[in-house]
Design a protein around this ligand. Structure first.
Ligand code: ADP
Ligand code: MG
Length: 253
């Protein structure tokens, strides 16, 4: 069976500086991979590459076996059209540190926008699904609220519902709790934890090591754009053989 996510030789440079350097990664369907690493090590850029929010300088991304952003003709790769990229991207949900809800749209409008616009779902169907998702993230009845009426934790749960509304095969989380007051972190981690058990494939960048220990099947440790350790979570977290990983863990625990 094809890997849910297969990255080969992913390389991304910004003005000559290589920030993601020849990264290979395989993520099994239904598994949870946590990416750890110091600030500036390229974690966000790697996630953005998976979602094709960044153009690659080298490498290939496959989701469920299908190339993202490019198509292959013979040996050569060609970029696909924007509309095809949009369709491919709809298979990948992303949740950002800063929630990124549309401020001038209600909770419900935030959730139903993409299903209606990109997936051409009938409005009634999108609304029904949105209500179920709001229930799932513990926000029933908040359909007509504006984002700024909600706490950060509630906004992030809406952002998760919005991503799930597209029925993605893969969910990417980029430090989903880093912008939250400490007392709001738990409610968001709880929702992500429940999702982890639902069988959706997830890649999560986080500094919450306790959470990583609980949900991660695999851990990838990045430094200076490279993967310097990866494997089953327990093995990487208890890998005292790697001095840089141990040092990092001692600074965030
Ligand atoms: P992390 O998420 O691990 O903190 P990032 O992926 O955000 O790391 O950043 C990795 C490096 O790439 C940093 O040096 C950052 O300054 C640089 N970088 C990220 N995005 C851009 C950009 N759009 N333009 C230029 N440099 C960038
Ligand atoms: Mg980041």
């Amino acid at each position: 069976m094809a890997e849910a996510i297969e990255l080969r030789n992913i390389t991304k440079r910004f003005s000559g500086q290589t920030v993601v350097d020849s990264v290979d990664l395989d993520v099994d369907a239904g598994s949870v991979t946590v990416i750890l690493g110091p600030s500036g090590s390229g974690k966000s850029t790697l996630l953005r590459c998976i979602n094709h929010l960044e153009k690659l300088d080298a490498g290939t991304i496959r989701i469920g076996g299908e190339l993202v952003g490019y198509e292959q003709k013979g040996q050569a790769l060609f970029e696909v059209s924007d509309s095809k990229i949009a369709r491919q991207r709809s298979r990948i949900g992303m949740v950002f540190q800063q929630f990124n809800l549309f401020p001038h749209r209600t909770v419900l409008q935030n959730i139903i926008d993409a299903p209606i616009r990109v997936k051409k779902q009938p409005r009634a169907q999108a609304v029904a699904k949105a209500r179920l998702l709001l229930q799932q993230v513990g926000l029933s009845g908040r359909e007509d609220d504006w984002p700024q009426q909600l706490s950060g934790g509630q906004q992030q749960r809406v952002a998760i519902a919005r991503a799930l509304a597209m029925d993605p095969e893969v969910m990417l989380f980029d430090e989903p709790t880093s912008a939250l007051d400490p007392e709001l972190v738990g409610e968001v981690l709880q929702v992500i934890k429940a999702l982890a058990h639902s069988g959706i494939t997830m890649v999560i960048v986080t500094h919450e090591i306790g959470f990583a220990r609980e949900v991660a099947d695999n851990i990838v440790f990045m430094e200076a754009g490279k993967v310097i350790a990866s494997g089953p979570a327990r093995q990487v977290l208890e890998n005292n053989a790697n001095a840089r990983v141990s040092h990092f863990l001692s600074t965030v625990l």
